[in-house]
Design a protein around this ligand. Structure first.
Ligand code: GUN
Ligand code: ZN
Length: 571
């Protein structure tokens, strides 16, 4: 089970339940070896707060500890009671050449040793592979996945690797095929050489073409990606799981990781880090395992930083800080913005924090793309003003991001705009042109005595809605919602629920994704939406937590946070 909790950009925080154990994504599966493990799984858990480890069936099969593992099982052997993910041996067959493990053999073996997430033997596709070869390998991979799915027991999670090399049509085909197999987790394979060669733009293109073609209700793993410098960018386009052997491989090569790149340990006079290792050891005392520990501390710190940024709604700010540390990362970020139409569908329409302009690339964030589309439908004729090169209708001056922004050199003009026209503009922005019609001669606008800002919108003695203080969005009452609906096309901004749960919605309970029968494609996370039954009767209104595809794909989690409902509110 994978349940969406918080979101920002196209990134998300989710609860991922693996055999009754809950972990939080975005997460890191720490690679552990059956042979020599410098940092014990116990230490991983206690000192690093690791929640998931990953180990390799092929390495275990050839390990001196194979017998012990077969007898004891993985959990006892590693002394780890959390979930254990196993890889098949694909990558080792590619990097070590001759060694082999069979397709059926690896599944049976992973099952036997008690893995919680099993990976079939995909065919590692290189960026240098010709299209013919990539296609051939993909056929083999898909055939093996189909077969493997048959004999993995249903309590164990099944990983669906997606190959296809650098050919976007093959990646799309692979994503669609693997999606049909319905795995519990998707993994994007064959990307290690792209990362090693700093080909981040192709990496981003690959991930986005895959993401567009798979269910949004399952975690997605970037196979072999363990450098924290690219985590925030990859999370912002929808990666949920990373794995790291890099912390240890880099340490052996004397490489000191930071969230903005890699340094040579030997060249450092001081350590730009305050992890328990760097703040206590001097250079001479550092062993290779200590360097590995530092690398892992940085890796986990970056994941916590990312999750906090998602909670605060500042993931783009973090991404822009990180990508400017390497030209190839910056290039990849700019390439990702070519997919703004897609990315903006997952982007919350409003945020709790002000929009920060951090450089020219901030102008092209998906969140700005989204509002550019929306202001096109604001046609209240009260003038416009310049805002980051856009002509913004003056009535939007209170609303996110126009009213809540920090842009050097931009000063908001002083406004004397009719309050009704401001509310009309906001209504058009949120719901479309005709929503403005609910504001009439009998409308009364109530302002805060202290701040003079618009607070409530009345029609005689009936409250139609309020303007939310932090972002200037119109939050209708049930009466307001029903008046807006009468101005719109039937299902605009509507979420139709199963008639079995209409009583719950009417009584103010949140709407769960599982019960959504239909959702308007224009709905974005954070939008005000109308919850109706199959006969188009309004049951409630609230804030959407998901877009259309998410409401369709997810079986778990809240789709609409209900604010007002017909049986309970403002009657
Ligand atoms: N580890 C790194 N890359 C890959 C891959 O493409 N497939 C599998 N199974 N494991 C990997
Ligand atoms: Zn450190």
């Amino acid at each position: 089970m994978f349940q969406l909790k918080k979101r920002d950009a196209a990134g998300r925080i989710a609860d991922w339940i693996i055999k009754n154990q809950k972990i939080t994504t975005p997460t890191l599966a720490v690679v552990v070896s059956p042979n020599k493990q410098d940092i014990s799984p116990k230490e991983l858990k206690q000192k690093f707060k690791a929640e998931l480890i990953i180990t390799n069936a092929y390495i275990i099969k050839n390990s001196k500890n194979r017998k012990t593992i077969e007898e004891q099982g993985l959990h006892k052997f590693y002394d780890w009671n959390g979930p254990i993910y196993t890889d098949s041996g694909t990558f080792q067959m590619y990097s070590k050449g001759s060694a082999k493990i069979g397709a059926k053999e690896t599944i049976q073996f992973q099952q036997k040793i008690g893995s919680d997430i099993i990976t079939p033997l995909d065919e590692f596709t290189l960026p240098t592979d010709t299209k013919e070869i990539a296609e051939e390998k993909l056929k083999t991979t898909i055939a093996r996945l189909k077969e493997a799915k048959q004999f993995v027991n249903t309590t164990t999670l099944f990983n669906g690797p997606i190959q296809g090399g650098i050919y976007s049509d093959l990646r799309i085909h692979a994503a669609k095929q693997v999606n049909k197999i319905n795995p519990d987790i998707y993994s994007i394979g064959g990307i290690v050489p792209l990362m090693e060669q700093y080909r981040y733009k192709e990496l981003v293109e690959t991930i986005i073409s895959v993401k567009k073609n798979i269910s949004v209700a399952r975690p997605v793993h970037a196979f072999g990606c363990g450098h924290p410098m690219i985590f925030s960018l990859l999370v912002s386009i929808g990666i949920d799981v990373f794995d790291s052997a890099a912390y240890s491989i880099f340490a052996k090569k004397g490489k000191y990781m930071t969230e903005s790149g890699t340094l040579n340990f030997n060249e450092l006079e001081e350590f730009p880090c305050s992890c328990p290792i760097c703040s206590t050891l001097n250079k001479k005392e550092f062993t290779i395992p200590d360097l590995a520990r530092h690398n892992l501390y940085v890796t986990f710190r970056e994941l916590r930083t990312i999750r906090e940024a998602i909670r605060k709604g500042t993931l783009w700010d973090l991404v822009e800080t990180r990508v400017t540390s390497h030209p190839m990362l910056y290039d990849a970020y700019i390439a990702a913005q070519k997919h703004n139409k897609y990315l903006s569908k997952q982007e919350p329409i409003s945020k709790k924090r002000a929009y920060f302009y951090l450089g020219p690339e901030s102008k092209n964030r998906p969140e700005i793309y989204a509002v550019k589309q929306r202001i096109k439908r604001v046609n209240i004729n009260i003038g416009t003003y310049k805002w980051m090169g856009l002509n913004v209708p003056s009535g939007m001056h209170m609303t996110y991001p126009f009213g809540q922004c920090v842009i050097p050199g931009f000063y908001k003009p002083k406004y004397k705009i009719d309050s009704k026209d401001t509310v009309r503009s906001i209504l058009q922005f949120q719901f479309g042109k005709d929503a403005k019609n609910i504001i009439t001669n009998t409308t009364m606008i109530e302002k805060s005595k202290k701040t003079k800002r618009i607070r409530r919108i009345w029609d005689n003695k009936t409250l139609l809605g309020t303007l939310r203080a932090h972002d200037g969005f119109f939050i209708p009452t049930i009466t307001g919602a029903s008046r807006i609906r009468s101005e719109l096309k039937n299902k605009d901004y509507s979420v139709v629920v199963d008639d079995d749960v209409s009583e719950f919605a009417k009584n103010g309970k949140n709407v769960f994704a599982r019960f959504v029968k239909f959702a308007d494609k224009n709905i974005r996370p954070g939008d005000v939406v109308f919850v109706t039954d199959s006969k188009n009767e309004l049951l409630a209104c609230g804030l959407s937590a998901m877009n259309k595809k998410e409401m369709k794909d997810f079986d778990e989690g809240v789709a609409v946070h209900v604010k007002h409902s017909t049986e309970t509110s403002d009657k």
